[in-house]
Design a protein around this ligand. Sequence first.
Ligand SMILES: [Zn+2]
Length: 353
Amino acid sequence: MPVLTRLIPSPVVVDIRPGALDDLANVLADERISHSGKLAVAVSDGSGARLRERLAPSLPGATWYEVDGGTLDDAVRLAGDMKAGHYDALVGLGGGKIIDCAKFAAARVGLPLVAVPTNLAHDGLCSPVATLDNDAGRGSYGVPNPIAVVIDLDVIREAPARFVRAGIGDAVSNISAIADWELANRVNGEKIDGLAAAMARQAGEAVLRHPGGIGDNDFLQVLAEALVLSGIAMSVSGDSRPSSGACHEINHAFDLLFPKRAAAHGEQCGLGAAFAMYLRGAHEQSAYMARVLRRHGLPVLPEEIGFTVDEFVQAVEFAPQTRPGRYTILEHLDLKTDQIKDTYADYVKAIGS
Ligand SMILES: [Zn+2]
């Protein structure tokens, strides 16, 4: 009988709970991850150093690599340093930059990656994309999905609040990204992957509608799971479509136009999503999204992340150029500067203060 289902590339272990790090050594000892115990571990020199002290005794076969930042050069250097090591796997232990660096380096030397994020700033912790700064600004590189994801909510609670909250904006922006996908389907006949869309949308809705906040473990559980599912949704569809539409084009525009002043990815995506929902005429959903983002202390107006209205208008106008070929509400409406200004003024009125 033919197999009519498809196989989905996904991690063999997803462990999200308070205290998960205490079992990291057991997870790594899984035959499919490391049978010899020879592991490379990439850490930041900041929060990574404390975790190294805690974890080193339980990982005697590990070699530790300190990673400076999140540039393509850092990732290439890490790959070069690991080349001679004959490791079974690379463990990326730290914030988003370390995970991205480790994802790229692992792919380059053909090792599986175990992602152990220490904050929830964005959905890259389990996605097939590494975002790295390069000479041209910032690039997205396709990589395999991690083989395992371990998120210790006790560790997440110690992360700076801003890097946990930002993940809320990235998760919620899925709702706008899916609406863009549906628009592209209606207008251009672009095919929607229903499973990827379902996973990404449910992840966004769960975070949007959860009454809790980043101080509660049950909210952190839902947020962490939502970010992991968003990442896997991207593996299912084979691109970032389920989690990236006009919201992300606006975010990329901020990054490219104002590289020194850009805010956190999730902060910019949340703002971009609330505005994009307004643009598509979903005024109630836009206002609801803005209310939720505000409740979590996230920006819904450009001045809340240090940008003027004119700079925001400039970013919205530039946004379609950041992802050529991706059809979203921005490409659909093809707004001129004055129209963006007017719509922004209406958006501000609609979300209230
Ligand atoms: Zn994102």
